[in-house]
Design a protein around this ligand. Structure first.
Ligand SMILES: NC(=O)c1ccc[n+]([C@@H]2O[C@H](COP(=O)([O-])OP(=O)(O)OC[C@H]3O[C@@H](n4cnc5c(N)ncnc54)[C@H](OP(=O)(O)O)[C@@H]3O)[C@@H](O)[C@H]2O)c1
Length: 242
């Protein structure tokens, strides 16, 4: 085990995850990049960073989640920070109840909640050996407000926030568990959210849509906040105030 921390960021071939990987790497950490499908983008990102590994794995499959963590530890010899960022959604108006099938519920919960769970469970024995272990879960403003791209997505993020508190309670003192809850952030995921972007620019206190780098800064802070656990940090330009 060395003093240079190792961070695994799920879903980091684009958007927020990519910015988190870049920020943690710039802060001196060794990083593991992951995605389920976009392997070329993930590999290119890892190759562009000083001490990085790419692992293709679908976190919704338990065997993949275990293989992802094992590959990280096998390559770097340790794991200090886990950022559970991989997520999925469907854009469905909340009033359209019939459009939300049980399959859609399972698809979203499988990645956002169960994927986060099984990656964390696989990581815990390794994190427990670190002197400054941290889990940072990526939630959303939709986790605490009646908002978000669909009801299953918002419910999955509410579950992540409670999971953050529950795990913080049982994983201390060795492992801290916090969440970062972004508002609208400019990523491939939100490129068509033009109506919401306009609303955010006109009404929120900071009058702009967030950048992936805004979230990455908060993740880095949470990874190092040695006396903070079980919290949810909003990164939403003040959207929760309106
Ligand atoms: N953008 C926003 O406004 C916003 C706001 C609040 C919260 N968030 C949260 O931020 C996180 C990242 O979102 P983003 O906007 O950055 O989206 P994005 O650019 O689409 O990135 C999503 C990443 O997750 C990966 N991924 C998806 N399913 C996966 C799986 N089963 N296993 C492993 N990797 C998987 C994707 O790669 P592949 O598809 O190639 O596997 C990609 O790397 C999500 O948890 C999202 O809920 C985003």
């Amino acid at each position: 085990m060395t003093d240079t921390p190792v961070a695994l960021v799920t879903g980091s071939s684009s958007g927020i995850g990519e910015a988190v990987v870049r920020r943690l790497s710039a802060a001196g950490m060794r990083v593991v990049v992951n995605s389920a499908r976009s392997a070329d983008a993930g590999r290119k990102l890892a190759e562009s960073l000083p001490d990085a590994l790419y692992v293709q794995a679908d976190i919704s499959a338990e065997s993949d989640a275990r293989r992802l963590v094992a590959a990280a530890v096998e390559h770097f010899g340790q794991l200090d920070v886990l950022v559970n960022n991989a997520g999925t959604t469907r854009r469905i108006p909340h009033s359209d109840l019939d459009a939300v099938t049980p399959e859609i519920w399972r698809e979203i919960l499988d990645v956002n909640l169960i994927g986060t769970w099984q990656t964390t469970v696989a990581a815990v024995p390794h994190l427990a050996k670190s002197k400054n272990a941290a889990v940072v879960n990526i939630s959303s403003v939709a986790g605490s407000r009646p908002a978000g791209s669909s009801i299953p997505y918002a419910v999955s993020k509410a579950a992540i926030e409670h999971l953050t508190r529950l795990l913080a309670g049982v994983l201390g003192p060795g492992i801290r568990v916090n969440a970062v809850a972004p508002g609208l952030i400019e990523t491939p995921w939100t490129k068509d959210f033009t109506d919401i972007a306009q609303y955010v620019r006109e009404t929120t206190p900071l009058r702009r849509v967030g950048l992936p780098e805004d979230v990455a800064e908060a993740v880095l802070a949470m990874a190092g906040a040695g006396y903070t656990t079980g919290t949810v940090q909003l990164v939403d330009g003040g959207a929760h105030l309106i």
